[in-house]
Design a protein around this ligand. Structure first.
Ligand SMILES: [Co+2]
Length: 196
């Protein structure tokens, strides 16, 4: 595959259809600038700022763009808020539609046929395979991405994070927690505080 891509790139370059410098910029963008850290910053902001969260749930595309994240595959964003009663999971049953500006490129399993077919039929089972068990009263809703609408899950803020600032909160937000196949991480608490 790598050789075929290289051959194709060479041919397209020689014919003048692509600019190798532009290609380098694109590759660098997706390797270093676009990724799940962007989405994590969006989630952390929503956790600390109720007005931002309301905006995010009302008009995700604009609220996310306000933090500087926009572009291809993120033109029409919808944010789904997880609550104790409702857990959201995202899939693209047709192919691999995914919100690039906030999550980067999709993981291999997201594109795999087993995930795409099974998460619809058995979301609890798929979630268990990711090591996540939800409380009995939590319903799961699965959202199918389309070529137009891309979803970002707003995971629940973990308990014991009241003292954390936005950057520390963002570090708890995993890629999977924003797809719905994971939860935000619990904060690392000090083992014991020293006597005063
Ligand atoms: Co797709």
């Amino acid at each position: 595959m790598e050789l075929r891509v290289r051959a194709l790139e060479t041919v397209l370059g020689e014919k003048g259809y692509i600019d190798p410098a532009a290609l380098d910029v694109l590759i660098d963008t997706y390797q270093t600038k676009v990724g799940p850290r962007n989405g994590a910053r969006v989630v952390a902001r929503a956790w600390v700022d109720p007005a931002y969260k309301a905006w995010l749930l009302r008009d995700a595309t604009a609220a996310i763009a306000a933090l500087g994240y926009q572009g291809r595959q993120g033109e029409h964003m919808v944010v789904l808020e997880n609550t104790p009663a409702q857990h959201h999971m995202v899939v693209c049953t047709l192919c691999s539609c995914y919100p690039w500006p906030v999550l980067g490129l999709p993981p291999v399993w997201y594109k795999s046929a087993p995930y795409r077919s099974r998460v619809v039929r058995d979301p609890h089972g798929v979630l268990a395979e990711f090591g996540v068990t939800l409380p009995a009263g939590t319903a799961i809703r699965v959202w199918d991405s389309t070529s137009e609408v891309r979803y970002l899950v707003l995971p629940m803020r973990p308990d014991g994070t009241e003292a954390l600032d936005e950057a520390a909160l963002a570090a708890l937000v995993t890629r999977d927690s924003m797809i719905g196949t994971g939860l935000a991480l619990a904060p690392r608490v000090p083992v014991a505080s020293s006597p005063r």
